[in-house]
Design a protein around this ligand. Sequence first.
Ligand code: HAM
Length: 416
Amino acid sequence: MPGPKGTYDVLPGSEFGATALVREALLAPARLAGYADAEAPVFEATELFARGVGESTDVVTKEMFTFSDRGDRSLTLRPEGTVGVLRAALDAGLHKGQLPAKLRYAGPMFRAERPQSGRYRQFQQVGVEAIGLDDPALDAEVVALGFQAFAGLGLTRVRLLLTSLGDASCRPAYREQLAAFLDGLELDEDTRRRATLNPLRVLDDKRPEVQAQLAGAPLMVDALCAPCQEHFSAVRSGLDALGVAYELAPRLVRGLDYYMRTTFEFVHDGLGAQSAVGGGGRYDGLAELIGGPQVPGIGWALGVERTVLALRAEGVEPPAEPGLSVFVVPLGAPAKAYAVGLVGSLRRAGIASDLAYGDRGLKGAMKAADRSGAAYAVVVGDRDLDAGQAQLKDLREHTQVSVPLDDLVSHLEGLL
Ligand code: HAM
């Protein structure tokens, strides 16, 4: 029986079987930069996302998994992590402590999108949020950490798209300018409605007939106020200092409404339609939108499944668990009892080991040893026990030696 539409199961050998280490690797650069682990609930009050993510977004209007709890409160499975992490940080008063508050997180997000390759209804993100300062050097750090996250996994075809979306002092005028421009175009009803809610979103329309009309559209980067211009140029200098290459993308529009100033996306060209492997930006107005004080912040989230697909597209092996080193094969009941104790000792010595359960014969147990991926098999029969010996097989070299039982653990420690 398959799981719900748009979901997948993580199992050995499944498409996304190795995601735990990928998540860890993606967050490793942030750990080196002082980002601490954070976790917010998987569900929050619906209103939090409606206000924070924005009423004009597809995420809020079409994609939320919303339900009522037994007290008739409307709750929603988080479609993204920023709003919840910021709520948690404000709730704990982190914005009154040492700034910036640097947080990193990983976990499942939920969006009722049309499933396709690289797009799921339950998907995993890792993310960072740096809360409390609007220092452009911090923007450069955050963007660079995203860039390094992919580079650290061995990906070489991730491109960084960068722009500035202005702030509360310059964006309203630009918005009007864009709205006036859009008024003069031939747009369908639906697109007109989107233009009224948020004209910037129309710039993201992928249809060629719309794109053709947008060729001469005014751009936010040409309408930035002086402080925003200054901020953007400082971010760019910071990225240059950090050796991070970027492409200016003045038409970049993100799917969430809270962005201000620095805004960016990481794209991979080997993924087809779902090319965004990550994205983020500054959200200086978000804390107020969700009922908090004026607290700036910047962060990103990276898609874990799309990162795995990108690794596959580039032919790069994802990080893997080291696997088993030793597989113990007991033959007979006394040997079985001994083997149970032996794997206990091996594991206490830090040696990954397993044993042939199920009392199979030698042939079946040796097949299990081969399939286990272990480098060595220890075969003990009742007669070996009497002699105080075990047979140690090197499963790769196909050689075998007798080793005294008392020396087995130290002998294997020496080999591994
Ligand atoms: P986002 O661009 O909506 O940003 O999502 C970030 C990444 O999550 C995307 O680039 C993509 O890789 C992955 N993703 C999104 N939706 C899906 C899906 N349905 N299936 C698979 N992967 C998906 C955010 O969520 C912001 N919270 C980022 C941020 C943090 N901004 C500031 N701080």
